[in-house]
Design a binder for this molecule. Structure first.
Ligand code: TMP
Ligand code: ZN
Length: 423
């Protein structure tokens, strides 16, 4: 039998084996598991979430890797249909065409293309597209909606046939998937096999600086193996003959970067690259301090959020969760909260509704169900959409409901008191 878990000894970017032990978030079930309702699931496997940082290239990483076949061949994460994400995806097309000079008829290959939402926008701009995603359930949805998608893990064995059938890609894009990849060198070998000589690679990852600044410890769970700075990403690209040429910060998934790289001499690096590298240097990312600080702050936030919710419940208030994202699972787990405290979570994703969340066994309600029994407090688990959610839920607030936004520090959002008028 294959091992379901692999211990990381050597850094996946630089090969070093000297690690700083950052913190342990305990052993937990997989965050993206949604089960049929049952009173208990006693044999559910748990896997450790231990955080380490490479003392040479300062990649922050998990110590253990869960077999990607287990995590990704059936996947319930669908590209978000939020307004914010739709706008971001249009911006990706705009950046790619402006910065890289893509024109109609050029080929875009996307790794981790999910149900094809991003590629549809490229296609509408006249580009040819091919997606690759290991989740067979998602690739089927994408193909059904007319976005050609290969259901496989990306690598040279997939990239070669794409290049033969469609020619070479002017853009290889990987949005929010690179952090999930263990053998990044295998994937970059695949990029080499399909990228045109003057093409570009664009990789979008949650940004380590935002994670540190906002105490986003809940984004640390089994699927996210790596937590990248631009410096570490650039070092990885360079080991495959690619050089950073541009970077953008984007307000998605709690703060991300989109890093663009090309083969040397294709295009000169934009000033944005050295600016962000300088910021990382200033923040001391190549020292142990910011990682140790994160561990200290995480302990405090975990205590504060857990304590706040337990106090509310003890005083008779009803608390539910808003959104059932993987990071919400990680947050509840770290704070020791489960269905004893959290009555339900509400989520717009049909695949999650009617199920219970693995581990904590909290039921997932549709928004309609949730509206019929509003809690006193919603713990905002999908905090990356906080402004969108708070705007959307004005009625809940107007009726006296409150949101708890858990990070960077827990804070309570209530409807502002209407201004009093004096005659
Ligand atoms: P994500 O941060 O990984 O995109 O996940 C967000 C989750 O929150 C996803 O399961 C959908 C859910 N969600 C809602 O239920 N209501 C909302 O208004 C928004 C924006 C997200
Ligand atoms: Zn390293």
């Amino acid at each position: 039998m294959r091992d379901i878990i692999r211990r990381v000894d050597r850094c996946r970017v630089c090969g070093n084996d000297d690690w700083l032990e950052v913190m342990s978030l305990g052993s937990t079930p997989l965050a993206n598991g949604f089960l049929d309702p049952a009173p208990a699931y006693p044999d559910e496997p748990v896997y450790p979430v231990d955080v380490i940082a490479c003392r040479r290239c300062w990649l922050m990483s998990l110590r253990h890797v869960v077999d990607p076949q287990v995590l990704f061949t059936h996947y319930v994460y669908l590209t978000s249909e939020s307004d914010q994400m739709a706008q971001h995806m249009r911006r990706i097309v705009e950046w790619s065409t402006r910065k890289l000079g893509l024109t109609a008829g050029d080929l875009v290959v996307e790794l981790g293309s999910n149900i094809g939402t991003q590629l549809e926008i490229f296609a509408a701009a006249g580009l040819r597209t091919v997606g690759v995603d290991p989740a067979r359930n998602l690739a089927r949805i994408a193909n059904d909606r007319g976005v050609e998608t290969v259901a496989d893990f990306f690598g040279p064995h997939v990239a070669g046939p794409i290049a033969q059938k469609h020619g070479r890609a002017k853009l290889v894009l990987g949005r929010q998937c690179f952090a999930h990849i263990d053998d990044v060198h295998h994937v970059l070998d695949g990029v080499d096999a399909v990228l045109a000589p003057d093409g570009a690679l664009a990789i979008e990852v949650p940004y380590l600086v935002d994670l540190l600044d906002q105490n986003q410890f809940d984004t640390i769970y089994h699927e996210h193996l790596s937590y990248y700075s631009l410096g570490t990403l650039g070092r990885l690209f360079e080991s495959h003959g690619l050089r950073l040429v541009d970077v953008e910060r984007a307000d998605v998934h709690g703060g991300s970067i989109v890093a663009f790289a090309s083969r040397p001499t294709v295009r000169p690096p934009a000033p944005s690259v050295s600016r962000l590298l300088a910021l990382e240097e200033e923040r001391g990312l190549s020292t142990g301090r910011p990682y140790q600080d994160l561990a200290d702050r995480t302990r405090k936030v975990v205590d504060n959020v857990g304590g706040l919710v337990r106090d509310l419940v003890a005083s008779g208030k009803r608390v539910a969760g808003y959104g059932a994202p993987s990071k919400g699972h990680a947050l509840l787990q770290a704070c020791g909260l489960d269905r004893k405290e959290i009555e339900f979570v509400t989520d717009t994703t049909p695949l999650k509704q009617g199920k219970v969340w693995a581990g904590n066994l909290i039921p997932v309600f549709t928004p309609e169900q949730a509206r019929s029994r509003p809690p006193d407090y919603y713990l905002l688990l999908a905090w990356n959409y906080s402004s969108e959610v708070i705007r959307k839920e004005h009625e809940f607030l107007a009726q006296g409901g409150r949101f708890i936004v858990p990070i960077p520090q827990p804070r309570i959002v209530a409807e502002p008191e209407p201004a009093r008028r004096y005659a």
